[in-house]
Design a protein around this ligand. Structure first.
Ligand SMILES: Nc1ncnc2c1ncn2[C@@H]1O[C@H](COP(=O)(O)OP(=O)(O)O)[C@@H](O)[C@H]1O
Ligand SMILES: [Mg+2]
Length: 502
């Protein structure tokens, strides 16, 4: 046994022990430094397949393990002068050597395992992109760089001169299972020859409440999307300026819709909302009590309201023209920001009513919405439309094209995902309620929407009502809100001539 040998060959030589310990500790320190500097630090910036690192970690563990052996069989070279000085030291080293050895070996093995796991992961990533070479012998697509962005985000740069970004997006499912990691986004790099794939190991929360995040952003016209991979995501509605919310039923459209409206109502002054909910109308009821909300739950009033807003838009353009301005600024122009929010929009736009009165109304609604989507930005009017189905029958292509902010909860099939996002990302979402993709321009981000309860909406509505009574919240054009007007067909038909107004 080691201890036995040590006592036999080394009795009384403190300096011997010290020098050897010192020598070993020095080696250990140098090794550690080398390891950290060359391995880990390099890895923090650029993960390379570093088998050397793995080998080094193993050798390191053996070195440390041997410290104890050296202690016993290294030759004698003890200058007498240190004997006394080191008498106490031997005891100290003697008591430290085992824990030190233990932690040394443990530490190195730990890093060895991490290094091994990392190199396995890199191999998996390299192998995975080969599926896109479609069985040809081509060396492309080829992973040329794997870069750690932070502790959970990795960027993989792929050189792919023949396979476009669309093919990567289509293969996202397969890539994810080969990577054994979630893909956050796939995009063309600035040079078209390269494609960036962003991987993320961070798990988004499955559920969290609106009240836990509602104070995070109190800027006017901003709303909360949800928790994304780099934190809570918020968005300025006026930047979009219209938003489409889609996805299979029961995955959280209406919840998101209500949450967005609540947040906008809470933080924005001089804003009015025309809230159309044709499906039962129970869900949106709490908003009804607000003086700046016009609540509509039948198709004729919906069309009449849209018509009134179209007229208002035209008048706002005249106003801008006369005043030589480009956009409505509510405070300056004494005109409210108008939000037209429609849940289950397919009910409103459905063509199936054919020749019936509802059918005509649906057609009118489409026409007006198209105009609003195209032109309303400058007039300070924003649309928020939620619908389960996004097809020609439910939402005109024109309208869709002008809704530049898109949120899609889980989609049933690739076709559904593509009509909303232009790719399959919504099909690949996990089956988690409230999980969605936000698309604006070229960005696609997955997020988990907060869950808002009726109580949370009601308490916000109560607070807001107080603010209206106290006069801290105001609207400039209450006449647009009073819903007592127009439900008759004649007025609906005449919307373009302005008779539907007031
Ligand atoms: N963000 C969310 N987090 C957790 N659960 C949610 C979330 N959004 C919706 N849910 C759950 O899913 C149910 C259906 O949501 P809903 O918004 O009515 O879906 P949709 O309008 O798409 O049919 C809700 O009653 C709620 O229990
Ligand atoms: Mg719904």
């Amino acid at each position: 046994m080691t201890t036995q040998t040590k006592t036999n060959t080394h009795s009384g030589s403190a300096l011997d022990g010290f020098i050897k310990m010192f020598y070993e500790l020095l080696k250990f320190t140098v090794l550690m430094l080398w390891y950290f500097v060359s391995g880990i630090k390099k890895n923090a910036k650029k993960i390379k397949e570093d088998r050397g690192m793995f080998a080094m970690a193993l050798i390191g563990s053996i070195f440390i393990a041997k410290v104890d052996f050296y202690h016993s069989w290294w030759p004698y070279w003890t200058p007498e002068i240190f004997e006394n000085l080191l008498f106490w030291y031997k005891g100290l080293v003697g008591s430290l050597i085992y824990p030190l050895t233990f932690f040394g070996v443990f530490g190195f093995l730990y890093y060895a395992i991490i290094g091994k796991t990392e190199s396995d992961r890199i191999k998996r990533i390299k192998d995975a992109v080969k599926i896109l070479s479609k069985g040809t012998d081509s060396e492309f697509p080829k992973v040329i760089r794997i870069q750690r962005i932070n502790s959970y985000k990795t960027k993989v740069v792929v050189e792919s001169p023949f396979v476009g970004v669309d093919s990567f997006t289509k293969a996202q499912n397969d890539l994810e299972s080969s990577f054994n990691q979630q893909i956050e986004k796939i995009e063309r790099a600035s040079s078209p020859r390269y494609i960036n794939i962003f991987l993320n190991t961070k798990r988004l929360p499955k559920k969290f409440s609106y009240s836990s995040v509602k104070d995070y952003c109190e800027k006017p016209c901003h709303f909360i999307l949800g928790e994304g991979n780099s934190g809570l995501m918020t968005q300025d509605l006026t930047e979009l300026p219209h938003m489409l919310i889609a996805g299979t039923t029961s995955f959280g459209k209406s919840n998101f819709f209500k949450q967005v409206l609540t947040h906008l109502l809470q933080n924005t002054n001089h804003m009015q909302m025309h809230l159309i909910d044709l499906k039962g109308g129970l869900e949106m009821r709490p908003f009804k009590d607000l003086p700046n909300v016009n609540f509509i739950n039948d198709i004729q009033s919906a069309v009449a309201t849209l018509a009134r807003i179209k007229t208002e838009m035209d008048e706002r353009f005249d106003h801008l023209y006369v005043n030589g301005k480009n956009t409505i600024v509510p405070k300056r122009d004494k005109k409210d920001r108008i939000i037209v929010a429609i849940d289950e929009a397919s009910v409103l736009y459905m063509k199936k009513y054919a020749q019936s009165a509802e059918g005509n109304a649906a057609l009118e609604a489409r026409k007006i919405t198209d105009d609003l989507a195209k032109l309303a930005r400058a007039a300070g009017i924003n649309l928020i439309i939620a619908t389960q189905k996004v097809t020609k029958e439910t939402l005109d292509t024109h309208i869709r094209e002008n809704m530049s902010g898109r949120v899609s909860f889980k989609a049933n099939d690739d076709a559904a995902s593509r009509t909303v996002l232009g790719n399959n990302m919504a099909t690949h979402l996990p089956s988690v309620k409230g999980r969605a993709i936000f698309n604006f321009g070229n960005t696609y981000e997955e997020f988990q929407a907060p869950l808002i309860t009726d109580e949370e909406i009601e308490s916000t509505v109560n607070e807001l009502r107080k603010e209206f009574v106290e006069g801290t919240k105001k609207i400039f054009q209450p006449e647009l809100i009073t819903n007592a007007v127009v439900t008759s067909q004649s007025e609906v038909k005449n919307y373009g001539k302005g008779s539907a107004k007031k």
